[in-house]
Design a protein around this ligand. Sequence first.
Ligand code: 97T
Length: 273
Amino acid sequence: MRLDVLTIFPEYLDPLNVSLVGKARARGQLQVHVHDLREWTHDRHNTVDDTPYGGGPGMVMKTGPWGDALDSVLADGYETGSHGPVLVVPTPSGRPFTQELAVELSERPWLVFTPARYEGIDRRVVDEYATRMPVYEVSIGDYVLAGGEAAVLVVTEAVARLLPGVLGNAESHRDDSFAPGAMANLLEGPVYTKPPRWRDRGIPDVLLSGHHGKIARWRRDEALRRTTANRPDLIERCDPAAFDKKDREMLSILGWQPGPDGRFGRRPDTVEE
Ligand code: 97T
């Protein structure tokens, strides 16, 4: 897979040399090209932004540098044998970035990222390139960043670990909390390793029992405990057929019950601390 990143802060992408993504690059599984957008500015001050039409606060990134930069990066990619680019535009008004979207992007041969600073990019840039390639405007969560570079790091890491051969066997995808088919979209419960006692704290006896059935049940109960506490929305939207008898017992203990439509919701008398 080829990745291009166009940014006014190329150093912000230095983490792409480290850890999983850095190793994938070193092994030739991923080609990453980071470009300084200011190389495509036309004036003495390397201007990339201007005031918004219609007024209002902040600055908008100009069409000229983005258009010239994208034309040049796309031409280089095609010349060197890449094909099927998609444009990935981080923005707080994009579609939520999910594991499903990470899987979809991991199946593309070439991703071009355009992280913006200021109040975003002149709309005509996205509209123009959307006539030539798929465009994904993505948000990594409901909070505001100073720019899209951190979102590029997030998307890149989520995508790179899905590429064939990038993750070792020890850390395979099956158990990812949001992997399709992971515990019916429950969050993972707590994990423990040696030593068996630390600062007077032990580990749950069941994990030393050697009883695989009991261990699996305990893990499932802990997953239900965490998910009801931290992500009640995941339980509420779950197909109730995903919950077996023991799940239902645990959900009841946690204060959850099926509603008229069979879907689980918090019992009205149970309150949050
Ligand atoms: O807040 C942002 C500013 C610029 C580019 C992206 C974002 C953002 O992406 N996901 C959440 C916020």
